[in-house]
Design a protein around this ligand. Structure first.
Ligand SMILES: [Zn+2]
Length: 265
């Protein structure tokens, strides 16, 4: 569990376990945090101000199963959010060969991002879906992107070995998530990857899908946009036989909140 428990501009504290979030008696505590953040905004405090976020994940669809509703909240509040995908998810559709799937899934990811107001979507080259290797090559690619985008907040997907329900996480999520955490530190050190741009210090990292959430974002107002964002992965969902709204109602509960493990100040 992170030691970070205070409200920041990104999200408010979670002090309850995942399944307790659907219990009504826990919700007022969450709402109290929301009011506190709003009060800070009215007071004009810039101490915890979010201007730019960069979301970095392994595959098209990773953000849509975990964070797109929160991205829409930040976007509607005037924040600038960009996406960086380590792969094009080319190994993600059993009935479609990788060369075709890469093209289809890149287009679906761009359409998906547009549903939550994100028009900057970048893809790394040189990292293959399913066999992404953690290492200095990936760290340098990510550090260079962080230095170029200069975000206060970096969002990524579960880097832990396990999901909250105890099943093993995928190799790509573990590799990319851990590389994001390390590259965020690398980006601030001018002597690490000195040819990859000017140093940049990230203030927060928010890990979506973490088994150890510390903060949450109320996405009741943006839930339909989150559904549209996942539904934009049309070929992928068809192959899985999934309905976007049903999936997200199951993941986020009612009232819907996106939980993050927030690392940072
Ligand atoms: Zn994934």
């Amino acid at each position: 569990m992170s030691s970070v428990t205070k409200s920041v501009d990104v999200a408010v504290p979670v002090r309850t376990a995942y399944d307790q979030w659907t219990q009504f008696e826990e919700f007022p505590r969450f709402m109290k945090g929301v009011r506190q953040v709003r009060h800070e905004r009215r007071a004009g405090s810039d101490a915890h101000r979010l201007q730019r976020a960069l979301a970095i994940v392994a595959h098209p669809d990773d953000l849509e199963y975990g964070a797109a509703g929160a991205v829409a909240v930040w976007n509607e509040a005037g924040r600038d959010v960009a996406y960086l995908l380590a792969t094009r998810g080319e190994a993600g559709i059993d009935g479609m060969a990788p060369a075709e799937a890469a093209t289809v899934r890149e287009a679906e990811q761009r359409a998906s991002a547009a549903e939550v107001g994100v028009d900057t979507v970048e893809f790394l080259d040189g990292h293959r879906d399913g066999v992404v290797e953690y290492g200095v090559v990936l760290r340098q690619d990510l550090a260079a992107a962080i230095r170029r985008h200069r975000p206060e907040l970096v969002v990524t997907f579960n880097h832990h070995d396990y999901w909250g329900h105890g099943t093993w996480n995928s190799a790509d999520h573990r590799a990319v998530g851990r590389a994001v955490l390390d590259a965020t530190a690398d980006a601030g050190n001018r002597w690490i990857f000195p040819d990859a741009g000017e140093p940049w210090t990230v203030r927060w990292i928010a890990v979506a899908g973490s088994p150890n959430p510390t903060h949450a974002v109320d996405i009741a107002a943006t839930f339909d946009r989150a559904v549209a964002s996942l539904a934009a992965h049309r070929a992928y969902l068809e192959a899985l036989g999934q309905d976007a709204r049903t999936v997200l109602e199951t993941i986020f509960g009612a009232p819907p909140v996106v939980r993050f493990e927030l690392l940072g100040e």
